[in-house]
Structure formats: structure tokens, C-alpha cells
Design a protein around this ligand. Structure first.
Ligand code: ZN
Length: 403
């Protein structure tokens, strides 16, 4: 239970005039975030709660699918990146000088960590397919920033890596993974606005890769959506508008939409498994190199997109399952506190889901309490006052309920 009388991250009376997108200033006004430096934010308690709920959804769906969670380090030794030739070739890679003339990488991706890890455990065709994932901070040495909280130098990502004996095996896996991702977006309330798009990828391969893009006015990529079959195409794929031909159905008709990437999948083929010498014994007792794929979800970006999508002029109208809490309980007048706490106990609500407004001062009256309940967007507003107590009741979303 969060007691607002003790809570440090107070709301602001007015909107700080700071950012170009409305969700960022609402988050600042509500005390959810503070900027630490350009494009790097601290999450305070309530924003962290939203993040944990989103993580939980991602975790449940990944575990349910049969992927195994790990937590790899954020730092990795230079030698691993030299093996794949990527120490100098990723332009946003952070190089960190360390003691004893060493240098470490601050990981922007984890192939160089996961591949040597799995080398020990993949021995036979019976060990395939397998998939591991993590939810971990990633770092990018970005030179430019865009649109408030959406592009960060440090961000949370769910990255999964699967290993396969054949392309057919992967294709089955991919179809499952697509379902997993669509379920995640459905639970985040992003389903209607999600488009699957073809995209180019610069680090790994010349082949096309797939992205999930969420349509959003403020941002970022232009997506050409085929009018006939609905497939999206990143502008990197469509060189010029006049050249649009759908990769799926060859139609030339398209709609142009603004969107933000939230998910991607990259075929890594055997680039990393070869570099680290991962091999398994196939059914005919021959050594083979497994193929590898990776699948990302930008978790912190997903959160930013949800915030922007559900932002109204005054607050962010969270989908109920990821709101920072389920109940905002406002107690009116200090002398009612004891009785109110008894009622709260009786209601047997999930304590982790309660924000208790037990602030009593002349400045914080009924109006301020309800304004904060709205600004934080807590779906169930409970009021316990002298009037409700006299009726042996409480108010839930303005309706009197008997105890
Ligand atoms: Zn098409």
C-alpha cells in the first residue's frame, strides 16, 4: 500500500512546459519520471509499477511459450566482440575503458554473450530447438534524440534468441512467436494499432526482417501499408513512394502512416554460431552448426507508446491491467482515519494495488485528492468520509456502497 502522507513523488499543480509530446509532460506532472540527463530518465515508484506490470505480461507469455528466462550481464569483454568483428562496426556501441588497460562493451544487444553461453548446452539435435530470453537494459550511444521518452540511450528490452536445426523448424517457431507477440500487444491495449512490416536491418544480414510497428502520430518511421493485403513496408524497403510494390501481393496501392517500431525479428543464420564454434551432433552423427534467430521487444518503448496512445489532454487513461494501482482510497478528515482503515481491511483488497490518500492539511482538500486520483489515473476511486461512515458505507466511483 502506498500512503500518500509519506510518498515523496508529489504531483505538480500545473503542467511543466518542457516536451513536445503530451504523455511526457503528463508523466512529469504526475511525478512518474524525472530527467537525469538528456534522453535518460529516472522512473519513480508509480511509473516503475506500470513497467513491472508490462514486464509481467511479457514474461507470462514468453514462459508460457516455452522460452527460458536468463539475465545476462550489461557489460561484456572486448574479446567476444572481436570474434564477430562487431567491436568497431556498430556505430552506437558504447566502449567502456576499465582498469588494467581493459575495455568493455556496454551491450546494445547480446548475441556475443548468449551464443558462447549456449555453446555449452547445445550438444545434440535433441537439444534443439531451444529459446532463451531476458529482460535487460540495453545501451546505445545515440547522437540524436527524438520525441521525449521514446528514444533513449538506456532502455529496457526483452530479447530472445532461438537456436534451430533447420529453416522449417524455425518457421514453425516463428509462427508461434508471432502469436505470442500479438497476445502481448493485445494485453497492452495496442492490438488495433499494430502493423506487421517488412524492414531492412543494417547489422546482421541483407535479408528482410520483420517489425511490429504501432501507428502513432508523433513518430517515427513512415510505414507504407498495402491497401490490398495490409502488409506494412518500412520506408527503407520502399526507396521512393512511386516505386511502391507490395512484397506480398504486388499491389501498387498504399496508405502512408506514421508508426513506431516496438518489435523486431532478425534472422542471424549461422553468423554467431559459426563465430563461436557452436556445433551439435545430428541424427546421422554428423557435426552441424545451428541457425539462430533473435526477437526483440522494446519494453520501455512499449510503455512510452502506451502512454502516448492513451494520453488525453489531462491524464493518461491506462488500460486497467497496467494502471499504477487499482484503487485510490481517499479519506476525508483525519478523525475518520481509524474507522476507514478498519473498512479497508474488511474489503480485503490486494494491498499492492492500493494508493491510500491519507494526507490531511488545509491545502489538500477533497478537490485536490480527486484531481490527483484522476491525474494518476487510478480506475477505482473510493471515498470514505463522515457522511459515508454515518451510513456504514463507502463511495466507489461516486456510488454509495453499503458495507
Ligand atoms: Zn499487399
Amino acid at each position: 500500500m502506498i500512503r500518500l502522507s509519506k510518498f515523496p513523488f508529489k504531483t505538480l499543480k500545473s503542467i511543466p512546459n518542457w516536451s513536445d509530446n503530451k504523455s511526457t509532460w503528463i508523466l512529469l506532472q504526475a511525478g512518474f519520471i524525472r530527467q537525469t540527463m538528456a534522453w535518460v530518465y529516472t522512473y519513480t515508484t508509480l511509473w516503475l509499477r506500470v513497467l513491472r506490470k508490462i514486464e509481467k505480461i511479457v514474461r507470462e507469455e514468453m514462459d508460457n511459450y516455452g522460452a527460458f528466462e536468463t539475465l545476462m550481464p550489461a557489460l561484456s569483454p572486448k574479446e567476444l566482440w572481436e570474434k564477430t568483428g562487431r567491436w568497431d562496426s556498430i556505430d552506437v556501441f558504447f566502449h567502456v575503458p576499465a582498469a588494467n588497460n581493459k575495455e568493455y562493451g556496454l551491450n546494445s544487444t547480446h548475441e556475443e554473450v548468449v551464443t558462447p553461453l549456449m555453446k555449452e548446452f547445445i550438444q545434440s539435435y535433441k537439444d534443439l530447438p531451444t529459446c532463451v530470453y531476458q529482460i535487460q537494459n540495453k545501451f546505445r550511444n545515440e547522437k540524436r534524440a527524438k520525441s521525449g521518452i521514446l528514444r533513449w540511450r538506456e532502455f529496457l528490452m526483452k530479447d530472445a534468441y532461438s537456436f534451430h536445426s533447420s529453416d522449417e523448424d524455425f518457421i514453425n517457431y516463428y509462427e508461434w512467436m508471432k502469436d505470442v507477440y500479438l497476445r502481448i500487444f493485445d494485453r497492452l491495449g495496442l492490438w488495433e494499432d499494430t502493423v506487421i512490416a517488412l524492414a531492412d536491418w543494417w547489422t546482421f544480414t541483407d535479408k528482410f526482417s520483420h517489425e511490429f510497428q504501432v501507428k502513432l502520430d508523433i513518430w517515427e518511421d513512415d510505414i507504407y501499408i498495402c491497401k490490398s493485403c495490409g502488409l506494412g513496408h518500412n520506408k527503407e524497403v520502399v526507396d521512393e513512394e512511386s516505386w511502391f510494390i507490395c512484397a506480398e501481393c504486388k499491389s501498387k496501392e498504399y496508405d502512408l502512416e506514421k508508426a513506431s517500431e516496438i518489435w523486431n525479428i532478425f534472422p542471424l543464420e549461422t553468423k554467431f554460431t559459426k563465430a563461436f564454434g557452436v556445433e551439435y551432433l545430428d541424427e546421422n552423427n554428423k557435426m552441424q552448426t545451428p541457425k539462430m534467430w533473435c526477437y526483440g521487444i522494446w519494453v520501455s518503448r512499449a510503455m512510452g507508446i502506451v502512454a502516448e496512445k492513451y494520453a488525453t489532454e489531462n491524464w493518461i487513461k491506462w488500460p486497467e491491467n497496467i494502471a499504477p494501482a487499482k484503487y485510490y482510497i481517499a479519506i476525508i478528515w483525519e478523525e475518520n482515519l481509524g474507522k476507514a482503515e478498519e473498512i479497508i481491511k474488511k474489503l480485503n483488497l490486494d494491498k499492492d494495488e492500493i494508493i491510500l490518500d491519507d494526507r490531511f492539511s488545509r491545502k489538500i482538500g477533497f478537490g485536490q485528492k480527486m484531481a490527483d486520483a484522476d491525474l494518476l489515473w487510478i480506475p477505482n476511486k473510493i471515498v470514505i468520509s463522515k457522511k459515508t461512515l454515518e451510513n456504514n458505507s463507502y463511495e466507489l466511483n461516486w456510488e454509495l456502497i453499503k458495507i
